[in-house]
Design a protein around this ligand. Structure first.
Ligand code: NAG
Ligand code: NAG
Ligand code: NAG
Ligand code: NAG
Ligand code: NAG
Length: 216
């Protein structure tokens, strides 16, 4: 049923940048998604400032077909799990906590944009309102540098936005803790509760991340 998906990612931290997905996180890829804040490209090893990432970035990609529709996510993988009141989460969707950069960190959805296409010169064409509007990165002061990853997937032709009563619907996603513990793996695989935003990932050639990030 699923087509093989594309997974490209750009991982940015406010003070640290990894190329593609961070090793040890899932889903993973070594495919590069070109993302830029103004003239600052999200590339391995650069530091991104919170002030810079307040603006919406430019996402570009050379599509396999200009008819192919894509979905983009931005996910913070470094939320301190100990700060989450799990009683305020929806068990079916948010528990157990989605894995983040390590065992003590979970995730938060910062952006979910379906319906993108790209011209043959890699320019994004965007005629769709996001499901989750872009929330700029804002890690708590004094915390570790947070890892934020942009994911690009091919969108299934059958993709439907989450139902109105889903915590991930356009109307609900901004409420309470609804963006917390967003499980990208479940998003990709879909299981009746989670939307299938794209095809099955795990057949993809780009499954194993090769790039190693560093901090400065
Ligand atoms: C893309 O869509 C156009 C218009 O619907 C159609 O004419 C064309 O055949 C499609 N191309 C491909 C490669 O699917
Ligand atoms: C945790 O969330 C539950 C459910 O919303 C609420 O009743 C409880 O007061 C919260 N606990 C804390 C410490 O905020
Ligand atoms: C996670 O937290 C536990 C308990 O505080 C600690 O022992 C462990 O080192 C932490 N693991 C990481 C990867 O930070
Ligand atoms: C890319 O293509 C679009 C539409 O096909 C066009 O509007 C735009 O000017 C092109 N950009 C460049 C840099 O060539
Ligand atoms: C697409 O347009 C919407 C406004 O409708 C905007 O919120 C969103 O960030 C845009 N996404 C991209 C990738 O340009």
């Amino acid at each position: 049923m699923h087509v093989q998906a594309l997974l490209l990612a750009a991982t940015a931290l406010v003070s640290q940048v990894y190329c593609q997905t961070l090793p040890g996180t899932q889903p993973s890829t070594n495919g590069n998604l070109p993302v830029a804040y103004g003239t600052t490209k999200v590339t391995p090893g650069i530091m991104l400032d919170i002030a810079l990432t307040k603006m919406f970035p430019t996402i570009s990609y050379t599509p396999t077909s200009t008819n192919q529709t894509y979905v983009v996510l931005l996910v913070d993988l470094s939320i301190n799990a100990a700060t989450i009141n799990q009683s305020a989460l929806v068990p079916d969707m948010q528990l157990p906590l989605a894995p983040g950069v390590n065992a003590n960190r979970t995730t938060r959805l910062h952006y979910w944009q379906p319906g993108l296409t790209f011209t043959s010169n890699s320019t994004v064409v965007n005629t769709t309102t996001p499901i989750a509007f872009y929330n700029p990165p804002g890690p708590p002061a004094g915390d570790i540098a947070h890892t934020y990853t942009f994911y690009l997937f091919e969108q299934e032709a059958t993709f439907m936005p989450p139902a109105d009563n889903s915590i991930l619907s356009q109307g609900m996603v901004n409420m309470g803790m609804n963006r917390m513990s967003f499980n990208v793996k479940n998003f990709v695989e879909g299981d009746g509760r989670w939307p299938i935003g794209c095809g099955e990932l795990y057949h993809g050639a780009g499954y194993h991340g090769q790039c190693h990030g560093y901090q400065r």
